[in-house]
Design a protein around this ligand. Structure first.
Ligand SMILES: *[C@@H]1O[C@H](CO)[C@@H](O)[C@H](O)[C@H]1NC(C)=O
Ligand SMILES: *[C@@H]1O[C@H](CO)[C@@H](O)[C@H](O)[C@H]1NC(C)=O
Length: 343
């Protein structure tokens, strides 16, 4: 795998780059064609894919959106290759050389691992990733998208700047129900549709918000790990891996497939969040009627609790409603977790 990557790098950087010693226009055949080196296969709409398995922040999507500035290596998700290790005082910068990272409809996915020993100084909300840079003194916010992490409650906020910038100067956003647990890999996906922002955590559609305006793209770089404008105030350290940018909406299924393993052996579509801090009667009605039901005790023990923990939902309320249970009082609240109707 690694040898292949190293040689492909030279092929990627075909034009006008000083990264390559040698440039070939075609593939390479070794041992009379027994081994052939060709570009990677590319998923439809993939315009950037940073694996961080090399030390240069190279884009393996074929669109040549290589980083101009990168960071050191950390342990990878899944144990293959390496991740990018963000120390809290640096970031990865990926120039948007020809606008291929500026789509009005798009999806961005990545894996993140946040350790529990953090420097607590600075801002409460800090960027994990941002396409664009803010100039707060001039009230200019470029966030297409931006994924911010709440250092107190560990929620996420996914922003998209729109033309409704008088009403929403910092961009429109959706805030997660999930709270990112420390010390484990979490898969995150942001999907921008015509009129919505969808936020996926571990393949589960965790939160959705509608937006008033149209996406307002920018030509600034994609920053990963921090941004020039927050560098002084966001000493957050974490690992980030497999960042992908698509110039289209990803289907739910594609995100589930990409995030496989994030919930152990449990499939993301098996579990849905019904509601948080809701009374029993609302809990029962919160599950999508045709496909899901409030999980039974057995279902909670075999999957529900594990997923709730990975999603940090239990940090909201440690009480989880069980199918056919009875409330002690009508004001008692809990979390509704919905399980897929089988058969
Ligand atoms: C520019 O865009 C084209 C088409 O998407 C892509 O194939 C090419 O690699 C891009 N080049 C750079 C330098 O970004
Ligand atoms: C949805 O957007 C509105 C308007 O920007 C905001 O007030 C609200 O908190 C958002 N809801 C969620 C769940 O993020």
């Amino acid at each position: 795998m690694l040898l292949k990557t190293v040689i492909l790098i030279s092929l990627f950087l075909a034009y006008g780059s000083d990264l390559c010693e040698m440039t070939l226009q075609g593939g390479i055949c070794l041992f009379g064609g027994e081994t052939v080196l060709m570009p990677n296969a590319v998923q439809d709409g993939l315009k950037g894919h940073w694996t961080f398995d090399d030390d240069s922040g190279l884009d393996s999507s074929g669109s040549q959106n290589h980083a101009s500035k990168t960071v050191g290596a950390g342990p990878s998700y899944g144990g293959q290759g390496t991740s990018a290790s963000i120390t809290g005082s640096d970031y990865i910068e990926i120039p948007d050389s020809n606008g291929s990272l500026s789509s009005t409809l798009f999806s961005v996915t990545f894996w993140v691992f946040i350790g529990d020993s953090q420097n607590s100084e600075g801002l409460r909300w800090c960027p994990l990733l941002q396409k664009g840079n803010d100039q707060e003194d001039q009230v200019i916010y470029e966030r297409v998208p931006a994924v911010y992490y709440d250092r107190e409650d560990r929620q996420l906020k996914a922003y998209v700047s729109t033309d409704e910038d008088v009403k929403h100067p910092q961009g429109e956003y959706v805030i997660s129900n999930a709270r990112i647990p420390f010390n484990r890999w979490t898969h995150i996906g942001v999907v921008r549709t015509q009129s919505r922002i969808r936020l996926f955590v571990n393949g589960i559609k965790d939160a959705v918000n509608s937006t008033d305006g149209w996406t307002q793209t920018n030509s600034s770089p994609l920053y990963i790990g921090n941004t020039p404008s927050t560098l002084e105030d966001c000493p957050v350290s974490f690992y980030v891996d497999e960042v992908r940018y698509f110039n289209r909406e990803l289907e739910e299924e594609e995100i589930e497939a990409e995030s496989a393993g994030a919930l152990g052996a449990i499939e993301a579509y098996y579990i849905r969040l019904g509601c948080i801090n809701c009374v029993l009667s609302d809990a029962e009605e919160s599950c999508p009627e045709d496909t899901h039901h409030l999980c039974t005790s057995i279902e909670l023990h075999s999957a529900g609790y594990q997923v709730a923990r990975a999603m940090g939902w239990t940090d909201w309320n440690s009480h989880i409603w069980v199918h056919d249970s009875e409330a002690d009082s009508s004001s008692e609240t809990g979390i509704a977790i919905c399980c897929l109707n089988l058969g």
